[in-house]
Write a protein that binds this ligand. Sequence first.
Ligand SMILES: Cc1ncc(C[n+]2csc(CCOP(=O)(O)OP(=O)(O)O)c2C)c(N)n1
Length: 340
Amino acid sequence: MSTSPPPLPPDDEMRGIFRTMTLIRRFEERAADEYMAGRIGGFLHLAIGEEAAIVGTVCALRPDDPLTSTYREHGQALARGSDPRAIMAELLGRSTGLCGGRGGSMHLMDISRSFYGGYGIVGGAVPLAVGLAWAARYRGGDQVAVTMFGEGAANQGVVSECFNMAGLWDLPIVFLIVNNQYGMGTSAKDAAATEDFFPRAAAYGIEAWKVDGMDVLAVRTAVSEAARIARDEGRAACVELLTYRYKGHSMSDPDTTRSAEEKDRWRARDPLITFERVLLGEGVMDAEAIAAMRAEVDQVVDDAAAFAEQSPEVPVSEVARNVYAYPWNDDPRGSALVSP
Ligand SMILES: Cc1ncc(C[n+]2csc(CCOP(=O)(O)OP(=O)(O)O)c2C)c(N)n1
């Protein structure tokens, strides 16, 4: 069998991949600033370090493939093309937000881009994706449902149930285990009986393997193959993406338990830096073009933050709209809950 690497994507796609990874990095750095300034309430989970896993996945999918993620999902929304202004406004709880400011950082969702969201419940979006895969087949479509979840979530019983259903019914679904090696502050080594997680899917007859989740092209190749298996052969696939998050679990985690040496070791493999080297080496972009791209991305992020800060907050009277099945204003029980 040939071991030569697959051909590189077209130059335009390579530039797009780099821009999206840069946008996610800069957007999340700004989100951290907004949080520290007290403009973001609740939790804020950053995926800084995991950009290759996110972008390598999204660029391997069709835009109409339904995608689910976790509470660490700003990158998926950005990569799917949701408006950075609307995402930042959602983080700040503003009425111009992607979900009207009611979901916040953990619950971004953009159905127009087949992004079925962020979820606060660990493992909670995995059965949703099984349903989306089943629905695609039921409707006669050829979409592939894709779900990204952590290695911590892989310890949840519901994930095993999902592997079983997907294996049993040969559903068009790709399970992506984003193994960033920690669940909150707990090392996967202290929480899981096995080092690798993908064999759990294999135990249910699902083709499964592991790749370097810091290498955006390796992720793209693996997810393309997994999506091909799901779309063309009509069966489930699973890929474990080995990666690392540079920040603590959320902004409220001081991240004191992981060693500086370990963090440095992973930062040395930063997906943006390694991919920049590829682009320069292959002559896809030169230093000047990269600087111009960074300046353009900075502007997009500045604009998103300014837009969000200037947007109105969601009025208290509106906070629970869409929570109940009845139209909020017409439901006397609902109104009673917020009336002073
Ligand atoms: C069902 C459930 N149990 C516990 C929690 C609290 N919790 C939030 S995130 C988390 C760790 C999950 O780790 P992992 O799945 O590896 O994802 P990561 O945060 O590393 O991206 C836990 C235990 C929760 N939100 N939901």
